[in-house]
Ligand binder design. Structure first.
Ligand code: NOJ
Ligand code: CA
Length: 663
């Protein structure tokens, strides 16, 4: 059970303060941020300041509804306030304990005429940002209703540089690029913003529940919510769920502050899984990269990947190297046609004849390994829902504890977009059904994560980004060298990423020239830089044999006690240092873009006493373009006064294991 440690809960309710004639203020607990809200000429607005510096200029709030707008005709009603200062712990994550500390202000907005409806806007000010959401109390004139447009604005103080991908990029599998906001088209959230040398921000949503996903449009430098529609143009159909997701602005003085913000988690509801002891994410290998490289096939035939024989080899390898899972793709009926158009043909219970489903689960269990079932739907989500109970009951009986889902199709078969409210509901149904059957979910092609892992920690990872797989099949050469230097600031803010690191062999016979655009040391560093509680060792197992660098993958944990970020610059380089959950050991990952870097790393985060470091670094001539494998492994005795110099090659990286000497 997730243990909730309450430090102190301050409830200071001051009910019924009428503030319609004046602006009202909400300060962050440390007083550094101030959110001011008001209503002018019927239009509700908010703005945010850091000291006297404008962070968000006056920005509008409200909705266009199918039966009468909820904007532009408000007067302010009662304002109530509360605060919370709590520590809560999570079964897995970047930190064992999370600090949730905010001041809250709830503002009632009444329609001045018409149907005389009212809504609440709830604002929260944290030390590292602000958030707001709408609540829709049931009332006459506001029963079930349709949101045609949400008009929440985020008016930036200047034409900040934005890191983003275009809105509606299929599966969010796009390359993040940096341009001034005014030059961008519509964007997917999260958007990372470089405003000036001491102001970095990210705009995103948290707790996406029964609502459609938030993209961002803009006029000049004012961002505005642009919700993904249903087919008929409705954006959200409000029924039983009477709150919107949180609209979140993370605010930091350094780029690293954005990475350390836990607002997205804090704005989600506490864990709904009472007994979390069965959540055991683990590193895994799989019948997967050979499919991406077209060596094997998902479909039946001579090159079928998911055979009993291949799977046994992968299970044996996992057992030998202490990896707990084997992902198997292409084991079930449905792959022999164009499955992206005929996903209705997928069975999630019937195995192909050359795949001994029950026998392999048994074989794996005897070796301390679990099979990870793969459920590709081809977008036929209803077909999946129809089989969900039967499939999950079967998996639970067989000892399978993780399912990787997939939705290769931008539209579901009923015509709805993946990131629409229909899709959000579908993905949640899968997660909740899985929890009842003690199954963890790795969701590929899902809706943009929004911190849901706090509530449903059986959602162990999501893709929703351009993963390593593009380094196999992309026609443009693969992900750019800076890709992992920007992912943590954008997609990573929403939750764990199934990026699938660890490619050791860059040769590509099926798409020549396409390969990881980074070095082997960079591949190792990804295990620390990119957070997932269940990382894959993605390459073919034969490519790991007799490779000294594989020792790092064997050893690196996926659950952390504490995370610090010694270096960070959006899209250029980033260094994470993470303490292993429950031990004194630390692991460090540092990655750079196409430019080489020399970084100075102080180990002042270590505890007292002596440590031993094993450093996996780019060799002297390493370069992602022509010498990606050059790597040096060196050892060093260190303590918390030590300073290590890191040299990262172009496209390079560094991975360090720091083991505490026995006391
Ligand atoms: C796309 C997923 O991202 C990938 O991991 C999977 O192998 C294919 N779909 C097939 O389901
Ligand atoms: Ca994908």
């Amino acid at each position: 059970m997730v243990k909730k440690l309450i430090l102190c809960v301050l409830m200071c309710m001051s009910l019924g303060v009428i503030a319609s004639a004046r602006d009202i203020k909400l300060s962050s607990p440390d007083g550094s941020l101030t959110l001011i809200a008001g209503v002018d000429g019927g239009q509700a607005w908010y703005e945010v300041k850091r000291g006297s510096e404008a962070v968000i200029n006056r920005s509008q709030l409200g909705f266009v509804l199918s039966d009468g707008d909820l904007k532009g005709n408000f007067k302010m009603g009662k304002v109530t306030r509360t605060s919370l200062d709590e520590l809560w712990s999570q079964p897995w994550g970047e930190d064992a304990v999370v600090h949730n500390h905010y001041n809250e202000m709830r503002v009632r907005l009444h329609e001045r005429g018409g149907m005389k409806r009212y809504i609440d806007v709830v604002f929260r000010a944290f030390d590292d940002g602000v958030a707001l959401r709408y609540e829709f109390p049931r009332q006459q004139g506001l029963q079930d209703f349709v949101i045609v447009d949400e008009v929440t604005q985020f008016a930036l103080p200047s034409d900040a540089y934005a890191w983003s991908i275009p809105a509606l990029t299929p599966y969010y599998e796009g390359i993040y690029t940096r341009e001034p906001v005014s030059k961008k088209g519509n964007m997917s959230a999260p958007v990372a913003l470089e405003v000036n040398d001491s102001l970095y921000m990210a705009v995103m949503e948290a707790n996406l529940t029964d609502y459609s996903t938030m993209n961002l449009a803009h006029e000049g430098t004012t961002l505005k919510t642009d919700l993904v529609p249903w087919q008929n143009g409705d954006r959200v159909r409000v029924g039983d769920t009477r709150v919107s997701p949180w609209r979140v602005v993370i605010i930091g003085r350094k780029a690293a502050d954005i990475l350390l913000s836990r607002m997205a988690l804090n704005l989600n509801d506490p864990c709904q899984i009472e007994d979390t002891s069965w959540l055991k994410p683990t590193k895994y290998v799989g019948i997967w990269w050979a499919l991406q490289k077209q060596k094997w096939t998902w479909s039946q035939g001579d090159r079928h990947g998911a055979t009993t024989e291949h799977t046994k080899r992968y299970i044996d390898f996992a057992a030998r190297h202490g990896l707990g899972g084997v992902l198997v793709e292409g084991w079930n009926y449905g792959w022999d046609t164009d499955w992206t158009r005929h996903g209705d043909g997928f069975s999630f219970t019937r195995a192909y004849p050359d795949y001994d489903l029950e026998g392999l689960c048994q074989y794996a269990a005897e070796r301390g390994v679990r099979i990870i079932a793969h459920n590709e739907t081809g977008g036929a989500a209803q077909n999946y829902e129809d089989q969900l109970e039967d499939a999950y009951r079967l998996y639970e009986r067989l000892g399978i504890n993780t399912v990787k889902t997939g939705y290769v199709n931008s539209h579901f078969y009923n015509g709805e977009l993946q990131h629409s409210q229909w899709g959000v509901r579908h993905f949640r149904k899968v997660i909740e059904t899985a929890a009842r059957h003690h199954l963890m979910i790795v969701n590929h092609e899902g809706a943009m994560p929004s911190g849901l892992q706090r509530t449903w920690p059986n959602l162990i990872a999501t893709e929703s980004m351009r993963g390593q797989e593009y380094n196999a099949f992309d026609r443009g050469g693969g992900n750019p060298p800076y890709h992992e230097c920007i992912l943590p600031f954008t997609r990573g803010l929403g939750g764990a990423m199934d990026f699938t690191p660890g490619i050791f062999e860059y040769r590509n016979d099926s798409v020549p020239g396409t390969r990881p655009q980074n070095t082997l040391a960079h591949q190792l560093a990804e295990y620390v830089v990119i957070y997932s509680p269940g990382h894959m060792a993605a390459d073919l197992i034969e490519n790991y044999e007799h490779q000294p660098a594989f020792k790092f993958i064997e050893d690196v944990p996926t659950n952390w006690e504490r995370t610090v970020v010694p270096h960070a610059s959006m899209g250029e380089y980033v260094t994470y240092a993470r303490q292993e959950r429950g031990t004194r050991n630390w692991y460090i990952g540092s990655v750079t873009d196409a430019h080489e870097r020399d970084l100075t790393l102080s180990l002042d985060f270590l505890g007292d006493g002596a440590y031993h470091a094993i450093i996996y670094e780019d060799g002297p001539d390493a370069d992602y373009r022509d010498n990606p494998y050059a790597m040096t492994i060196r050892r060093l005795d260190v303590d918390k006064t030590s300073v290590i110099r890191l040299h990262l090659a172009p496209g390079g990286g560094c991975a360090i294991q720091i083991l505490a000497n026995p006391e």
